[in-house]
Ligand binder design. Structure first.
Ligand code: TYD
Ligand code: MG
Length: 453
């Protein structure tokens, strides 16, 4: 009889080693290797492969008709998916506990099942009654929505074959286990094996599948990189618990653009779409206060205006604080250095806090000018014109560099009633036809300063 082999697998990245190691050589995680018994997998490998016995075909002869997209009926969700659901695609949704993953999918499934498609919601975390209670709260009535509370992979696969749903969700993949492996549910081997079997089933039968994944402390999906490679689409559902806004972000999408976001608001009766996010993010903006600047960040194809707030105050620490929420910490440190060197601002003994209002994350260089303007405004105690929007990337020499999609940003600013945009001079030439808002091009920080202070 073949002896079972013992391997040590990294629970973070899936690296395998024949002996135990304190640190994974692949992902550098400490103490992540766990002993696993590797037994012969009960199903022959052939069954696991996607391959049909087809010969290679010329690309123009391959039929794509089957790849038509079904809409979920939730506009923001469809947008993030790249325009609806592709049959046979596998979508991984990650997010912190309690952020609203189960709620989002239950609502989406209710909407899909209204179109007459059978949906199967498999929960390994909640009982049927708990899900029913949630559905009642969300005021969902959907006859084609089947609920199954199950954690065994084999039984789930059986039920899928029996009920033949068009869409399936597994909530969450970390709770599912297969009896063909001795390791515990949630371990990397179990997650890989269960999701592998589900993905093969999805591809073979054209079943659209959502996998919900837990997120670890540092933000990656637990059990994970492995999973991110296997699926077609990876979405993150993020947001601050303190805020009611939730953002669904695509980080990988084989069938659409990434960086596309969908904005939702968590209300008493579930998630509501927010189709005009800029308006909402700017709603509570204080107008005549130093340290507040409005910037425009492109999220996929959509421009979103957000308020950046900065607070500069005398520091009593040996090393002054630089705290940022919603923008990259290093980027702010770099911009503060440019501000000191080029504009002579004395910030070495000042604490600097930068925050993006509304719990949004902006990670585009186009917001650089806005960050600098907000920091300088707070430092100088001078209010910026509340009807002005800033865009532009700032270089280390204090130059303002051109940005992409300037027109879309300018239009959004005009739509929301802003009178003026301060933007890179190099972008002006493409925008000569724009009459409103007024466009002011700047080449350097010094030029911008003349306008502002
Ligand atoms: P849930 O979908 O269970 O989160 P996840 O599956 O990501 O862990 O969301 C739970 C949170 O959402 C919970 O804190 C309560 C809140 N919530 C509402 O505010 N309104 C609602 O209608 C529902 C169903 C949940
Ligand atoms: Mg849940």
């Amino acid at each position: 009889m073949a002896k079972a082999r013992i391997v040590y697998s990294c629970q973070s990245c899936g690296y395998q080693s024949p002996k135990w190691l304190g640190k994974c050589p692949d992902c550098n995680q400490w103490n992540s290797l766990v002993e696993e018994r590797q037994e012969r997998v009960s199903h022959p490998r052939g069954e696991l492969s996607l391959g049909s016995k087809e010969d290679p075909s010329p690309i123009h002869e391959i039929d794509t008709e089957a790849e038509g997209r079904a809409l979920t009926g939730i506009g923001e969700f469809d947008r993030v998916l790249g325009g609806g659901l592709v049959a046979g695609s596998v979508i991984l949704i990650g997010g912190d506990p309690g952020i609203g993953k189960s709620t989002l999918l239950l609502q989406a499934f209710a909407a899909i099942s209204q179109q007459g498609l059978t949906c199967l919601y498999v929960s390994g975390e909640e009982s049927q009654r708990q899900i029913k209670m949630r559905a009642e709260r969300l005021d969902i009535a959907a006859p084609n929505l089947l609920i199954l509370s199950e954690t065994s992979l084999e039984r789930i696969l059986d039920q899928v074959k029996r009920t033949k749903p068009a869409v399936l969700v597994i909530d969450s993949i970390q709770t599912i286990f297969t009896s063909s492996l001795p390791s515990a549910p949630g371990s990397i081997a179990q997650v890989r094996e269960s999701s592998g079997s589900i993905i093969v089933l999805a591809k073979k039968t054209g079943l659209t599948t959502f996998l919900i994944g837990h997120v670890t402390k540092d933000g990656a999906i637990a059990g994970p990189r492995v999973l991110e490679h296997m699926v077609d689409t990876v979405l993150y559902f993020e947001g601050d618990r303190g805020h009611s806004f939730r953002i669904l972000r695509a980080v990988k999408n084989r069938f659409g653009s990434t960086n596309e976001i969908g904005v939702f608001e968590m209300k008493e009766a579930g998630l509501k779409e927010v189709s005009n996010p800029s308006e909402i993010f700017l709603m509570e903006r204080p107008l005549q206060v130093p340290g507040s600047a409005v910037v425009c960040s492109m999220e996929g194809t959509r421009p979103i205006l957000v308020e950046l707030q900065a607070l500069v105050s005398r520091s009593f620490l040996a090393v002054p604080r630089r705290t940022t929420i919603g923008v990259d910490h290093n980027r702010v440190a770099l911009l503060v250095a440019v501000l000191e060197k080029k504009m002579g601002a004395k910030l070495f003994d000042q604490d600097i806090f930068v925050n993006v209002a509304g719990g949004v994350q902006v990670d585009e260089p186009a917001v650089d000018l806005g960050i600098i303007a907000a920091v300088a405004s707070s430092h100088k105690e001078k209010v910026l014109d509340p009807k002005t929007v800033f865009f532009g990337e700032v270089g280390l020499a204090g130059e303002i560099r051109g940005i992409s999609q300037a027109e879309a940003r300018v239009k959004e600013a005009g739509k929301l009633g802003f009178d003026r945009c301060i933007l890179p001079a190099s972008n002006i030439s493409q925008l000569t036809h724009v009459k409103h808002p007024q466009l002011t091009g700047v080449n350097s920080l010094a030029e911008c300063w003349k306008l502002l202070f």
